[in-house]
Design a binder for this molecule. Structure first.
Ligand SMILES: [Zn+2]
Length: 525
């Protein structure tokens, strides 16, 4: 077993194949930045120009400074009737900003004959030519051997031949894919060992899917058998039953197998990162998810709780704070305060112990009401400011009113009127909009920007609504998340309430207020 294993994230490409998964280019960039902060080594961003959204993402990535991670573009080997330098897809990959290309090709005879319908030799040539072409264009190439385990079971000689050809053509690694997700750990071990013996010195990666419930197990046994890169997605998102869950794999490798895949201090960011991705996807985090789920360390039975209080190792397989989670019984006040004071520091706020403790309490109360701050960094900073007395409200609200009217011709008109006070001056403004929240936003801005013009730069780039308790129908609690940007920074804010417009108002005010506070810090406001 090797002492270093690379982490390769496929959330933004393979993960997006799952039902209902969709992220804007801006949101994908935020995911990339978080994964970089966590310490992931390679991040697969997709095919550089399959659609305008991907093209925009690669443009954003070109301008985004990453501290550790490398961006990977994903594509296919050349078409059977083209030469490599005449293949459009390969040209796009060669021109992309990504230093690394993952190239998927066939390694199973069945697929070669029935799906691509080329001879076994033609398939080998497609692999070799495509890799040689990209290497010639100064790209580092990983070869994704699609359906490898099924192919190896049916025809081991040919499956391994595809890998040999890829390595000879210059790919720095061959990645064994369990594309259908149906393999069991015993087979994966056997195959990885066989590849290691047939191709000594060739670096191996593992890419699994969870159709047989073994994606994480298959990844771990592959590493035990000699693989040195593991691919997966955050929270295991992906088509059908999902990809290998990289979150679980990271914790298993680092804590159980003693492989330092992340800098030690970053492991505690795992829970937050996992929840962040779920929040962006507007998905409720799975409470039973290993390591990071809300219930992962919750103890119900009285005896367990007493045991945990006495010695946590009696009923907990790992220390919850090691992965940034907490046990429901003994909320680690100390760990909570340390996290808060870290966050305070990065916002330029020095928080003393008493203030940090008060913030921990406040967060707990708010979480109980339905707030979640993982994707609402803007609102969280404002909360820290309020609790530490380093806060000045943007305005004082006198009141707002929104009307939504449907006319006989079917047209729907929304209008908002607000009255606010800034520096002892009263501002009353009305505006219409394509919806009630949009109208409120316009009315509020027209007043606020008179005093704080920089707030006018704020653009609301995303607006998401989630019903928290679906059993209550229209009485349910509603959570609104807004992502805002000033063209330079992006931040998230949150509002919660029984009324969707009131919840939106909270998130809206936070998004403008955050920008104005930032301006005060930067000195432009
Ligand atoms: Zn896959």
């Amino acid at each position: 077993m090797n002492s270093t294993v690379q982490l390769y994230d496929a959330t933004l490409r393979d993960g997006m194949g799952g039902g209902g998964m969709s992220l804007t280019a801006q949101e994908k960039l935020r995911v990339v930045e978080r994964l970089d902060e966590l310490g992931v080594d390679m991040i697969e961003a997709g095919f550089p120009s399959s659609n305008p959204k991907e093209a925009e993402l690669f443009e954003l990535l070109a301008a985004a400074p990453l501290s550790h991670a490398e961006i990977v573009a994903f594509g296919m080997t050349r078409r059977r009737d083209r030469t490599a330098d005449d293949d459009e897809g390969l040209s796009v990959l060669a021109a992309s900003i990504a230093p690394i290309v993952t190239l998927v090709g066939k390694s199973s005879m069945l697929h070669v004959e029935k799906v691509v319908r080329v001879t076994p030799e033609q398939n080998l040539a497609m692999i070799a030519d495509s890799i040689a072409f990209l290497v010639g264009q100064s790209k580092r190439v990983l070869f994704d051997a699609e359906h490898f385990f099924d192919g190896w079971r049916a025809d081991p000689r040919y499956a391994i031949e595809t890998l040999r050809v890829a390595a000879d053509a210059g790919s720095e690694r061959v990645v064994l894919c369990d594309t259908n997700g149906g393999s069991l750990p015993s087979l994966v071990t056997e195959a990885v060992v066989a590849v290691g013996e047939a191709l000594p010195g060739v670096a191996i990666g593992i890419h699994t899917h969870d159709d047989a419930g073994c994606a994480v197990a298959n990844s771990l046994v592959a590493i035990e058998a000699g693989a040195t890169q593991v691919q997966g997605t955050i929270n295991g998102i992906g088509e059908r039953t999902g990809n290998a869950n990289l979150v679980t794999i990271i914790a298993d490798l680092q804590i159980k197998m003693g492989l330092e895949v992340l800098p030690a201090e970053n492991l505690a960011k795992l829970t937050e990162t996992a929840h962040f991705v779920d929040e962006l996807l507007n998905r409720a985090p799975n409470p039973s998810q290993p390591y990071v789920g809300k219930n992962a360390f919750a103890h119900k039975a009285g005896m367990h709780a007493a045991g945990v209080s006495a010695d946590s190792s009696t009923f907990e397989h790992v220390e919850p704070s090691s992965v940034g989670n907490r046990s429901d019984v003994i909320v680690s006040e100390l760990a909570g305060r340390a996290t808060i004071s870290d966050k305070g520091n990065s916002a330029g706020l020095a928080l003393d112990d008493a203030t940090s403790a008060r913030i921990v309490e406040r967060v707990k109360q708010l979480e109980h009401l339905g707030y979640q701050f993982e994707a609402a960094d803007g609102s969280f900073e404002l909360l820290m400011r309020r609790e530490s007395g380093q806060y000045e409200p943007l305005f004082r609200l006198e009141g707002w009113r929104v009307t939504v009217e449907q006319r006989a011709d079917g047209e729907i008109v929304s209008e908002a009127t607000i009255a606010i006070w800034i520096n002892e001056q009263r501002y009353e403004r009305s505006a219409s909009g394509n919806g009630p929240v949009n109208a409120l936003d316009s009315a509020l801005r027209s007043a606020v920007t008179e005093v704080y013009p920089e707030v006018g730069e704020v653009e609301l780039v995303n607006y998401k609504v989630r019903i928290l308790d679906e059993s209550h129908g229209t009485d349910a609690v509603i959570r609104v998340l807004i992502d805002a940007s000033d063209g330079e920074d992006q931040w998230g804010t949150i509002g919660v309430g029984e009324n969707v417009i009131a919840a939106s108002w909270q998130a809206l005010v936070d998004s403008l207020e955050y920008r104005q506070q930032q301006g005060r810090r930067k000195g432009d406001g």
